[in-house]
Design a protein around this ligand. Structure first.
Ligand code: B12
Ligand code: SF4
Length: 528
């Protein structure tokens, strides 16, 4: 819990989160491990939308005027989503108070350090884990000693030496933000697009210690837990203990998110998962690609058949919400080979298929394919691939629109019945049917954001009736059913005269985290 400061803090830990709802777990680790410097260390979080000057003003106000002999330190957590804004913050901070010592850390500044502007502006960079190394550096600086190097490799102690960060979540965090939890660090797999492929292995926190800390959060009212483990189902005994802990505490509003690999679902894990009621478990399942050649090329080990069988089992036998991921633009992947993978996944019917475009993360081994596969990446974060030897730039842009419309129409869960009436029913595959719609819709509206559910509904109606020559009355009825089920209350043109006067939302107000899951719930649960 945040201490009341006896004196002005001389150390401030700061980061810019993607959105307010994301609280920084990394900085809370650093804070929890400050030892005797904890009482002079403050945490200041902002979002990336905040003006750099406002951030700097807040940091300076937190530090107060420098006192003689006191070293002031600002630690900045740098990630792919905030590096541009953080660079600006650092520039302004150094201009306003050149004497402040700035220490950078986080995955974005842990690799390719010599190539980054932000590093040139900072005093020190700690690469990798900061839990032990940041407090050590602060002690050294406070005592007037000067480390030998600017770039310091973060120490990786056994996990039992790291103080857990969970008491650093304030009551306001627990009430309004996602509570990130970490049961293990690292990943033993080697998928080359991913930074975790650099970890040699995964390390697990002692389950007794972890569960005692989670119990503390639960007692304080936390009900939304998002586990950041790269692979929650790696060590099944540990997964079972955590799941059992929550099964014993089922209560209204409990929501758990885990990232799992799809091809490892032993019977005892299945039995446990099947015991959870609806709306509690969300499983994020990276499929990324169903193309064995591409999988092998990027060192992703995945048993596709077993993954498919497991996904089908989860959909049939559990009430977990399945959020799956695919990545477009991997080296050698064509639009056609991607389409085949998409269709295979769509046929399985997970609740969501998130369609990402490959990014070349700093330090990720995928860079080794850049020349051979003619990969061209945006040099600015998030370093999205712009064209490859197998996919030209126009196709990548076309896919980006597809992905956005898919998010709004399919993943939103707003058009479930319409999608099952439309996709996969004609001669075209689901991928190609949706691609044709996406091209048509883009020509009509020329934008991928600022589209209301009503604009999407009218677009779908026009497209399905006119371009696909599907029968208007049937389409109208299906869209009407979807619209009423979504709880929307405006008046799309296509449904004029059909909506009951003052139609009320079907569901009362719900936690925003769950609304999408709720919309996806149906007897056969699928996107289809
Ligand atoms: C939560 C999360 C998010 C949240 C954002 C959280 C936030 N605060 O705003 C959301 C879901 C929005 C998100 C989105 C994305 N994310 Co993300 N995300 C994570 C995740 C799962 C957990 C982060 C975490 O808490 N880790 C646990 C803590 C303990 O580790 P840590 O944060 O790295 O902190 C340690 C060190 O880095 C260091 N450290 C951290 N800060 C500081 C500060 C100082 C001063 C020092 C010295 C040290 C230090 O010490 C900490 C303790 O050891 C990680 C994966 C993972 N498990 O780490 C990916 C990860 C951070 N994300 C990643 C990526 C690529 C993305 C996306 C681009 C994915 C995409 N959609 O394609 C998007 C970008 C979003 C955007 N708007 O542009 C990459 C990071 C790449 C990078 N260079 O930053 C990661 C590592 C995943 C991966 N394996 O590749 N993400
Ligand atoms: S994609 Fe998942 S399984 Fe592969 S290296 Fe990254 S975290 Fe590990």
């Amino acid at each position: 819990m945040q201490p009341a400061f006896a004196k002005q803090p001389s150390i401030v830990l700061c980061t810019l989160n993607a959105k307010y709802i994301h609280a920084s777990l990394g900085l809370r680790y650093l804070l929890a491990n400050m030892g005797d410097l904890r009482s002079s260390t403050a945490l200041r979080e902002f979002t990336i939308a905040r003006k750099a000057q406002d951030v700097v003003n807040a940091l300076l106000a937190t530090l107060g005027k420098p006192e003689d002999g006191t070293v002031q330190i600002v630690g900045l957590g740098v990630y792919i989503w905030n590096v541009a804004q953080t660079t600006e913050v650092l520039r302004l901070l150094k201009a306003a108070r050149p004497g402040v010592k700035v220490v950078l850390g986080g995955p974005e500044v842990s690799h390719e350090v010599e190539q980054q502007d932000i590093i040139g502006l900072a005093d020190f960079v700690i690469t990798g884990w900061g839990d032990m190394s940041f407090p050590k550096l602060c002690h050294a600086l406070s005592q007037g000693s000067q480390p030998l190097t600017k770039v310091i490799a973060g120490e990786q102690p056994p996990l039992d030496r790291i103080a857990l960060p969970y008491a650093e979540y304030s009551d306001a965090d627990l009430a309004h933000r996602l509570v990130y939890v970490e049961a293990s660090r690292g990943c033993p797999f080697k998928c080359e697009f991913c930074l975790s492929s650099l970890d040699k292995t995964a390390w697990a926190f002692d389950p007794d210690r972890l569960l005692a800390a989670i119990e503390g959060l639960y007692q304080r009212g936390a009900r939304n837990f998002k586990f950041v483990d790269r692979t929650f189902n790696l060590k099944i005994d540990a997964s079972l203990r955590i799941l059992q802990f929550f099964l014993d505490r089922l209560s209204d509003g409990l929501f758990l998110h885990f990232e799992v690999v799809p091809d490892h679902l032993p019977e005892r894990l299945k039995t446990m998962i099947a015991q959870f009621p609806a709306d509690v478990l969300q499983l994020e399942i990276g499929i990324q690609s169903f193309n064995p050649t591409v999988q092998q090329r990027i060192s992703r080990r995945q048993d596709n058949d077993r993954s498919e069988v497991n996904l089908r089992w989860l959909l049939r036998e559990s009430r977990a919400h399945l959020h799956t991921d695919l990545i477009f633009g991997l080296p050698g992947e064509t639009l056609e080979s991607f389409a085949a993978g998409f269709d295979r996944l769509y046929a399985v019917g997970p609740h969501e298929i998130q369609l990402g475009i490959l990014k070349r993360l700093r330090g990720a081994p995928i860079a080794r394919h850049t020349n051979d596969y003619a990969m061209l990446y945006d040099p600015r974060p998030p370093y999205t691939v712009q064209q490859t030897g197998a996919v030209d730039a126009a196709t990548l842009q076309r896919f980006a629109r597809f992905s956005r419309y898919w998010e709004l129409i399919a993943n939103s869960g707003r058009f479930r019945q319409t999608l099952s009436l439309w996709l996969g029913q004609g001669p075209s595959s689901p991928f190609h049917s949706f691609l044709a719609f996406s091209d048509w819709f883009w020509r009509c509206v020329g934008k991928t954001s600022g589209l209301s559910p009503e604009a999407l509904l009218d677009g779908l109606f026009d497209y399905l009736c006119v371009d696909c020559a599907m029968p208007a009355p049937a389409i109208r009825q299906t869209l009407l059913a979807d619209y009423l089920a979504s709880g929307a209350r405006a008046s799309p043109k296509a449904l004029r005269g059909l909506l009951p006067k003052q139609h009320a939302p079907q569901h009362g107000p719900k936690r925003s985290l769950c609304q999408r899951q709720e919309r996806h719930r149906s007897p056969n649960q699928a996107l289809r």
